[in-house]
Design a protein around this ligand. Structure first.
Ligand code: NDP
Length: 243
């Protein structure tokens, strides 16, 4: 059964990696998915074509998450085009993996603009459209709970902010019938983790990195009708990486 049939979903950063897995999962569950991209128009169009070829509904729009007007405009347009909004997934994110000496203030500002500030912008814009029964799912990281290695300070801080913002927003939006949750992946096979597999696999009890669609399945569940009592929570999906 297509549990998200008739729902309108907006996903940031859907052109590649985990975001593309989320787009595929939400569309397979019946949602009409609008997703953003910044630098990968060809990958975005290929994903739209793939979803439509299997009978799903997807649209791609260029919107840099660091640009407030662009992100708000994309959300307003998607709500108008699809007759409202039911699901927001704040997925777009960047990684700065460097120790203190090699991390600049410009790195910090760019990382927080995309990983944290844009989540506030998108959530505020989407909240104007989200219906009762709606859901927001943020994509955090296990880095919020454990650094594990040197070089994770500002990335981990950005994902810690998402964990805390999720709890606060759950309080703010719960009374409107909107849930807010946080999915915290461990290592997932995407461009972001590419090249680090040899280091990561020995740290993973399941012996492999996760797949974007495995994160997508959890997001689709949290956005669905079975999950209405789940609110303000963070979920680890990491193959046992933190265990
Ligand atoms: P990728 O680098 O593989 O993909 C990033 C996606 O985000 C792309 O679709 C990219 O679009 C988009 N994006 C990046 N910057 C912007 C921007 N400024 N505006 C709009 N879209 C943007 O990353 P992942 O799929 O691996 O990561 C997705 C999320 O998951 C991030 O929040 C990340 O922190 C988190 N995460 C990832 C883990 C992993 O192991 N991979 C582990 C834990 C969390 P485009 O190419 O069009 O620019």
């Amino acid at each position: 059964i297509q549990v998200l049939e008739g729902r309108s979903a907006f996903v940031t950063g859907g052109s590649r990696g985990i975001g593309a897995g989320i787009v595929r999962s939400l569309a397979a569950a019946g949602a009409h998915v609008t997703f953003t991209y910044a630098r990968s128009p060809d990958a975005a169009q290929a994903l739209v074509d793939e979803v439509r070829a299997t009978g799903g509904k997807a649209e791609a729009v260029r919107a840099d998450s660091a640009d407030e007007a662009s992100l708000v405009g994309a959300i307003d347009d998607a709500a108008k085009a699809t007759g409202g909004l039911d699901i927001l997934v704040n997925n777009a994110g960047v990684l700065v993996y460097a120790t203190l000496d090699d991390t600049s203030l410009a790195d910090f500002d760019r990382l927080f603009a995309i990983n944290v500030r844009s989540v506030f912008i998108a959530t505020k814009a989407a909240a104007a459209h989200l219906r009762n029964g709606g859901s927001i799912v943020n994509v955090g990281s296990v880095s919020a709970d454990r650094a594990g290695l040197p070089g994770a300070s500002i990335y981990g801080a950005s994902k810690g902010a998402i964990q805390a913002m999720t709890r606060g927003l759950a309080r703010d939006l719960g009374p409107r019938g909107i849930t807010v949750n946080n999915v915290q992946p461990g290592p997932i096979a995407t461009d972001m983790s590419a090249g680090h597999e040899d280091m990561l696999i020995p740290m993973l009890p399941v012996g492999r990195l996760g797949k974007p669609m495995e994160v997508g399945a959890l997001v689709a569940y949290l956005a669905g009708p079975q999950a209405r009592y789940i609110n303000g929570a963070s979920f680890t999906i990491d193959g046992g990486f933190l265990s």
